[in-house]
Design a binder for this molecule. Structure first.
Ligand code: UDX
Ligand code: ADP
Length: 463
């Protein structure tokens, strides 16, 4: 079967970039991305491609090339589902905030709504592809809904998890380490797998396209994220030990990373990992393990989250301690709010939790992030529901200019590793700050020697 029309439900961080690349690389396939959020779709359709809702280096150029040719963004969900022969589900699967599994299990409400919608409007056979990260065996639930429509339409369900990382989405999609496709072992299942393999084969070498059964594919995604997050928690655990012993975590990371069995990537100690995936997926894994009675497995992975929470709290605690045990009414400048550089995404960003702790200590915060708006900063803090929203608004200001944010500050805290922070005129920042002027580098990106020469009291993670 040759795919000619693709529909993607969900125009978010996964659906938007993934479909833009498929459209660019497969001009013969019509790709329609739909979303219930009319504002988001309008932004994807904005005449000025610089206004698309997701910032990713290189993405706007690709959207510009394909949009209107074979890439479309629309709110007409039913029409796009009906027309497509392959439907990707890329909707959000947040951690449940209610009921059984609250704070741990993935909330599959949006996935189920999608499945029901597909079942309701489909008049011809379709391949349904799970793109969102899902708990293992979700495909079973989707299948059960789709197979009971009573209108004779046949569905094949594939799992095709996305491994892109934000900030490098375009590169990750153009040159993926691997593409994973899980499907049924039946003949129809294998045909469906082949149809999706052919889509990717337009630009990905076939030896990088891996096919498995559905459950292996679903679980591989959770496992990959758990292993990556575990590496960060492992090096962060060592960072605390380094601070006590006089070892330097960057040197330790370099030394162990040269062991080819360990490898150098994902060993950067930091204020803690953030992002929409790591915590959510590990909690999910923990929940699944518990639900099968595998308590040792659950506890093992939960420790990765416990360590990450500790690292964030340790960072804010250290700021308070170093500023003579009080930050009350002191101004702390934050460089960065996004969960990593080159993205405007702030989901689970360490900055949010560090800010929350410091506001509890009555600090005032001055935020500068090149891609995050003040509205977003306040929304992130309000979402925690730690205090009245008016207090957050009073305590937190954002600036469009880093020098203004740092003016009169007692301390600067680096929360995101934006490249531009390294290039600042730190002498100028120093002169405008209260003395002694402190820098807490939560990303280990600044040069200790030159900052100390200027006069800063500089503290990095793990040294
Ligand atoms: C992650 C996975 O990398 C990706 O494969 C998956 O599809 C989605 O989840 P993402 O969350 O976009 O991607 O970013 P990633 O680069 O993995 O970083 C996650 C967090 O870990 C960030 O807060 C980052 O700053 C932090 N990090 C990363 C470290 O603190 N140290 C490191 O060495 C690497
Ligand atoms: P991700 O990072 O997984 O891409 P996002 O939250 O950025 O997650 O994007 C998911 C998108 O899916 C949101 O824009 C949301 O409006 C959309 N969405 C959720 N449910 C549906 C649905 N039933 N139909 C269409 N769009 C949906």
């Amino acid at each position: 079967m040759k795919v000619t029309k693709i529909c993607c439900i969900g125009a978010g961080y996964v659906g938007g970039p993934t479909m833009a690349i498929i459209a660019q690389k497969c001009p013969q396939i019509q790709v329609t991305v739909v979303d219930l959020n009319a504002e988001r779709i309008a932004a994807w359709n904005d005449e000025d491609v610089n206004n698309i809702p997701i910032y990713e280096p290189g993405l706007s150029e690709i959207v510009k090339e394909a949009r209107g040719r074979n890439l479309f963004f629309s709110t007409e969900v039913d029409a796009a589902i009906d027309a497509a022969d392959m439907i990707f589900i890329s909707v959000n699967t947040p951690t449940k905030t209610y009921g059984k599994g609250k704070g741990m299990a993935a909330d599959l409400k949006y996935i189920e709504l999608c499945a029901r919608q597909i079942a309701r409007v489909s008049k011809s056979n379709k391949i349904v592809v799970e793109k969102s990260t899902l708990p293992v065996r979700t495909a079973e639930a989707i299948k059960s809904i789709l197979d009971n429509t009573g209108n004779g339409v046949k569905f094949q369900i594939l799992s095709n998890p996305e491994f892109l990382a934000e900030g490098t989405a375009v590169q990750d999609l153009l040159q993926p380490d691997r593409i994973l496709i899980g499907g049924d072992t039946t003949e129809e299942g294998q045909k469906a797998i082949q149809a999706l393999v052919e889509v990717y084969a337009n630009w990905v070498p076939e030896n990088k396209i891996l096919t498995t059964n559905v459950w292996s594919s679903e679980l591989s995604k959770l496992t990959a994220n758990a292993f990556l997050a575990q590496r960060i928690s492992s090096i962060n655990a060592m960072s605390e030990l380094c601070e006590k012993t006089g070892a330097d975590v960057n040197e330790v990371a370099r030394a162990i990373g040269m062991d080819s069995r360990i490898g150098p990537k994902f060993l950067k100690a930091s204020v803690g990992f953030g992002g929409s995936c790591f915590q959510k997926d590990i909690l999910n894994l923990v929940y699944i393990a518990k639900s099968y009675g595998l308590h040792e497995v659950a506890d093992y992975w939960e420790q990765v989250i416990i360590m990450n929470d500790h690292q964030k709290r340790r960072f804010s605690g250290n700021i308070v301690k170093t500023l003579y045990n009080t930050v009350s009414d002191k101004k702390i400048a934050f460089l960065g709010w996004a969960f990593k550089k080159d993205t405007n995404d702030t989901r689970e960003s360490a900055a949010i939790y560090v800010a929350d702790d410091l506001i509890n200590e009555n600090a005032t915060l001055a935020i500068y992030d090149p891609k995050v708006s003040h509205k977003k900063v306040l929304a992130d803090l309000d979402y925690l529901e730690t205090r009245a929203t008016s207090v957050n608004a009073e305590r937190v200001q954002s600036f469009g200019n880093p020098y203004q944010a740092c003016e009169g500050a007692h301390a600067v805290a680096v929360l995101t590793e934006w490249d531009e922070f390294v290039t600042y005129d730190w002498q100028k920042i120093y002169e405008a700050m209260q003395k002694p002027a402190f820098v807490f580098d939560g990303r280990n990106i600044l040069d200790k020697t030159s900052l100390e020469k200027i006069g800063f009291v500089y503290q990095a993670i793990g040294s």
